[in-house]
Design a protein around this ligand. Structure first.
Ligand code: B12
Length: 570
């Protein structure tokens, strides 16, 4: 008997990273995950919730996290012990293209008759190659929203129904790739709900807590995310989900928003279990001031007191910040000017083209409010950006630190490991001064196995080669660390730790570079064996700076206890 109707697996970036010697670099320093990118798509929750409503049973397993936390975790053995009717694997972020296909291969080897379904933005972009060249992948569901088509597919597979009417489906028939129209592009997102209690149920039912957690260390940093929209109104040339990219790839010409009530219900549902912060990416103001204010009103009405961390793509009106401040007890925000340099920022075409003066005015006003924290993100690898420009950006961070308010934080990181498939720079690299070094899934998979992130990056620019991008990253990280120490942002001990990490990563990189064309220096290989943290973790900053450290007190244990009891009884 099949125990679950769908087993959803989130792969690590590289399988099996525990057997590899690779210097992955600081490519995940700005997100809570490690370089194996263990965070699974939010869509896992909406798919599981939707299928549950239709009477189906779904299990989520974060394979990446299970591998990270248990060196003895044997993926093949684990898969062999499962009895799923179908297996779903996300290829949402391109850096998973190695791990996702390897996990699919293992799944097919142990369950040759169980269909394997791929989905996510990168799978959408590469649907044809995936179904044509990888026999372990039976189906790809395209698009940014797949809940109903996935249900239709699972029913058709169970009952032997026809496949040609299932929207967004790509499949193989008689050796040919069949591509059904991308006809499911919902104009409202309110048909999906995120039920956090589902995760508790799964953890209890399958006696697997780690398998449902989003990232390593989540229990002490229970940050969650509520997505207000899909698609985007902005045209940032580097983004794999920009307005033009979505129009081409997911059939979404303009963003679609959850209703304020639906959004607030999601915040309240999370608030019922956790006191941790809730990140709200994607900029509510894309829906207009009225929509954004309605969202704030609805959230305030729920009484949830979790910190809500907003993201702004453009400089938000100060009046809007005051509106939030008057209504939410606990809020913060982030903004990504990418560079201090107007030439660079404007070369990003379509990126909200604001000036530093406007941003600084807004930041100063925000700091007068009860805003808990403001994160300002800069990036390395942009058009028109050379080493000097990067270092000037870091000095600009120093100026902001000089304001003397430690709620204002600055970060800088490399764009990597990959340019986003479907982004304008990926589609027309030369137009923007880029050289693209991998085109297909196969080529990206090969890159992920290179010995060092200098050789993993899938691009270089007219202004910096891959080697110079790496140099600029380490130089910027070193200087930013120094500035944070000087302005009292981090303790001397933490600053020393970061400085030492950068120095070690530089040394190792030099050894790898010397030997790259021949064989890898055996001592470097030994030092790197299975190592993903020491030289690639907390390099451009100490990762703890991203977090709101809280611990188990963040959880509302009675509410969790109730779900546990219900599940055990059910
Ligand atoms: C929110 C977000 C995040 C959150 C993650 C939230 C989460 N858990 O999903 C955080 C901040 C952690 C994050 C991190 C990263 N992100 Co991000 N992120 C976004 C953002 C803003 C939202 C888009 C999004 O995911 N929408 C949700 C939709 C599209 O998907 P969904 O609802 O989760 O899932 C549906 C479908 O995608 C599909 N689906 C997905 N998986 C599967 C699996 C199966 C089997 C099926 C059938 C269907 C299916 O069906 C689902 C249900 O409808 C976009 C930018 C944007 N403006 O859109 C970038 C974006 C997706 N991120 C991107 C990147 C590159 C990253 C990082 C690799 C960056 C880095 N180097 O650190 C990391 C990866 C982290 C990890 N996995 O550990 C790129 C992806 C480009 C690409 N194709 O590779 C984007 C497009 C833009 C960008 N550069 O930031 N990100």
């Amino acid at each position: 008997m099949k125990v679950v109707d769908l087993l959803l697996l989130h792969p690590p970036s590289v399988y099996d990273f525990r057997q590899q010697s690779i210097l992955y670099g600081p490519v995940s320093d700005m997100v809570p995950s490690s370089v194996m990118f263990e965070i699974y798509p939010i869509g896992f929750l909406t798919m599981a919730g939707y299928l549950k409503q239709q009477g189906m049973r779904v299990r989520i397993v974060n394979v990446a996290l299970r591998m990270l936390t248990d060196p003895a975790f044997d993926v093949r053995e684990f898969l062999a012990a499962q009895r799923p009717a179908a297996i779903g694997i996300d290829l949402h972020w391109m850096p998973h293209c190695h791990g996702a296909i390897e996990i699919a291969r293992l799944a097919k080897a142990v369950h040759p008759d169980v269909p394997v379904i791929f989905g996510g933005l990168s799978a959408t972009y590469y649907h044809e190659e995936l179904v044509r060249d990888y026999p372990e992948i039976d189906f790809v569901l395209r698009g940014d929203s797949t809940e109903p088509p996935l249900h239709q597919l699972l029913v058709a597979l169970r009952d032997g129904g026809p496949l040609d009417a299932i929207p967004n489906l790509v499949w193989r028939e008689g050796g040919q790739v069949r591509t059904n129209p991308l006809s499911y592009v919902p104009r409202s997102l309110d048909y999906i709900d995120v039920h956090p209690e589902l995760l508790i149920e799964m953890a209890i039912r399958h006696r697997d807590i780690t398998g449902v957690l989003p990232f390593r260390g989540w229990l002490s940093n229970p940050t969650t995310m509520v997505l207000p929209l899909k698609g985007c109104a902005f045209q940032c040339i580097t983004c794999g989900s920009s307005n033009t990219t979505c129009a081409m790839m997911t059939g979404r010409r303009k963003p679609v928003f959850r209703s304020p009530a639906n959004l607030a219900a999601n915040v309240a549902a999370i608030g019922g279990f956790s006191r941790g912060p809730i990140v709200m990416p994607g900029d509510l103001l894309q829906g207009g001031r009225k929509y954004a204010e309605a969202c704030i009103d609805e959230m305030a009405a729920t009484g949830a007191d979790n910190e809500i961390c907003f993201e702004f793509f453009d400089v938000p009106p100060v009046e809007f910040l005051r509106y939030i401040d008057a209504r939410l007890p606990n809020w913060s925000f982030e903004i990504s000017p990418e560079s201090h340099d107007r030439v660079v920022r404007h070369a990003m075409e379509g990126q909200a083209g604001y000036e530093n003066e406007a941003m600084e005015h807004m930041l100063r006003e925000a700091l007068k409010l009860d805003c808990r924290r403001i994160d300002v993100f800069f990036m390395i690898g942009l058009p028109q950006q050379d080493h000097r420009s990067v270092m000037e950006t870091v000095e600009y961070c120093g100026e902001l630190f000089g304001w003397g308010d430690r709620r204002l934080q600055c970060f800088i990181s490399p764009m990597g490991p990959f340019l986003d498939p479907g982004s304008q720079i990926f589609e027309q690299p030369e137009r923007f001064g880029y050289r693209k070094l991998a085109h297909t899934v196969k080529e990206h998979r090969e890159l992920l196995l290179q010995p060092s992130w200098e050789h993993i990056l899938n691009y270089e620019t007219e202004w910096m080669t891959r080697s110079q991008l790496v140099d600029a990253t380490y130089d910027a990280a070193e200087r930013l660390n120094e500035l944070k120490r000087r302005h009292g942002y981090i303790s001397p001990r933490r600053a020393d730790g970061v400085a030492q990490g950068i120095a070690e990563a530089r040394r190792l990189r030099a050894r790898l570079r010397d030997r790259h064309d021949g064989r890898m220096d055996p001592r470097a290989a030994e030092e790197l064996h299975g190592e993903i943290a020491r030289f690639s973790h907390s390099t451009v900053c100490d990762k703890r700076e991203l977090f709101w450290q809280r611990g188990l007190l963040s959880f509302r244990l009675p509410a969790i206890g109730r779900v546990v009891l219900q599940t055990l009884r059910g």
